[in-house]
Design a protein around this ligand. Structure first.
Ligand SMILES: Cc1cc2nc3c(=O)[nH]c(=O)nc-3n(C[C@H](O)[C@H](O)[C@H](O)COP(=O)(O)OP(=O)(O)OC[C@H]3O[C@@H](n4cnc5c(N)ncnc54)[C@H](O)[C@@H]3O)c2cc1C
Length: 342
């Protein structure tokens, strides 16, 4: 019989579990029920008490590696903590969130335990065995994996499970001791851009895509790149949407053409870009060509604003297409959002 361990870590505030950890917990609870297998949850953080209380209703065995040393992500301490949790749980299947904190240690921990790891898992099925799903070739081929190797580590992509949200209650946590190597890394602080300077927001409900049309000559024969930038940033500020772009627009930076300075290739959506997951998507000034739209695979409700009634979006790629000038539409939309706020 399988023994399932879910590895979790606390969020930046240090007490509650991170959202991606709670998603992994939900996947673990579901898998354990289907396989009728025992479930253990391991917690890494400075103080595991609050996190453990939030997991009381899972009925799982709770293990923790806690202490100030584990407050900050650090390869040596996180890897040692997870290794100790795996050994204490004697798990055959280990689920972990594909967070920045665990993505960098999970393969190392699997190696220390003589196990095997698969990453970017989007679903786990099976009642007699474990069947893990992931995408290959830029999200074009979906594969279902099963393996005999144990322990088998599965790193779960964020946003693919609903976060566990059970009643808090009294929880008994077993503390697991860790033998740490002599520390070589001290975390002195975090340098991060202001929250509104970060335009890529994987947890946002909406993806807002900009296309090359924003920096093309408009009906008055002029380019309005500055106005375009103001409209786009204004919309992002009001809605908290994540900013995506077509390849044509981000490529312009290297071609001496007018650019939107806050866009980089990291914003690119599509075949050679990202394939994010958001409930809704709004595309503006983008033609909706196949290499771009393939990156919209996981966007729920798709809408587009384009001047071209013959564009790719109108040919069945979007749910709703507004044939309109995006400058006018976005100015009106921003004004309505502003009025709504007041
Ligand atoms: C191998 C390969 C891989 C590729 N990978 C990607 C990828 O990952 N991602 C990607 O995006 N592309 C990719 N492409 C490029 C892709 O095929 C398109 O060239 C690109 O997506 C076009 O970008 P665009 O729609 O912004 O620009 P354009 O095709 O120039 O379209 C601009 C649109 O803006 C509209 N417009 C202009 N002004 C306004 C206005 N005021 N209001 C409303 N609409 C307006 C125009 O009508 C036009 O439809 C790839 C291509 C190849 C060959």
């Amino acid at each position: 019989m399988e023994t399932i361990l879910v590895l979790t870590h606390v969020d930046e505030n240090g007490a509650a579990l991170s959202k991606t950890s709670l998603e992994a917990v939900a996947a673990g609870v579901d898998l354990a029920a289907r396989l009728s297998a025992p479930l253990t949850i391991g917690i890494v953080g400075a103080d595991a008490a609050a996190a453990a209380a939030s997991l009381a209703s899972t009925g799982a065995r709770l293990l923790a590696v806690a202490g100030e040393t584990f407050a900050q992500p650090r390869y040596a301490t996180d890897a040692a903590a997870c290794e100790a949790l795996c050994r204490a749980a004697q798990a055959t299947i280990v689920l972990a969130p594909g967070s920045a904190r665990f993505a960098r240690i999970a393969a190392g921990v699997a190696h220390r335990l003589g196990g095997f790891i698969d990453t970017h898992i989007t679903a786990i099925a099976g009642t007699d065995s474990v069947e893990a799903t992931r995408w290959f070739y830029r999200q074009r081929v979906e594969a279902v994996l099963s393996r005999d190797a144990r322990p088998w580590f599965l790193l779960l992509d964020s946003g693919t499970n609903t976060a566990f949200a059970g009643e808090s209650g009294a929880a008994q946590v077993e503390q697991v001791a860790v033998e740490l190597p002599a520390p070589r890394t001290t975390v002195s602080g975090i340098c991060a851009p202001m929250l509104d300077a970060q335009t890529i927001r994987p947890d946002a409900r909406m993806l807002f895509v900009t296309g090359a049309g924003w920096t093309k000559k408009q009906p008055d024969g002029q380019i309005h790149a500055v106005e375009a930038g103001d409209l786009i940033l204004g919309f992002l500020r009001q809605t908290g949407a994540s900013l995506g772009s077509s390849k044509s627009l981000v490529d312009q930076r290297g071609e001496d053409q007018p650019v939107l300075p806050f866009l980089t290739h990291m914003n690119q959506i599509g075949q050679t870009g990202a394939t994010p997951r958001h409930a809704k998507g709004l595309s503006t000034c983008c033609h909706g060509e196949e290499p771009h739209v393939v990156g919209w695979r996981f966007i729920g409700d798709r809408r587009a604003v384009s001047l071209d009634p013959n564009c790719g979006w109108t040919r069945g790629k979007a749910d709703v297409v507004y044939i309109a000038d995006a400058f006018a539409v976005m100015a009106k939309l921003n004004a309505l959002l502003e009025a709504n706020k007041a």
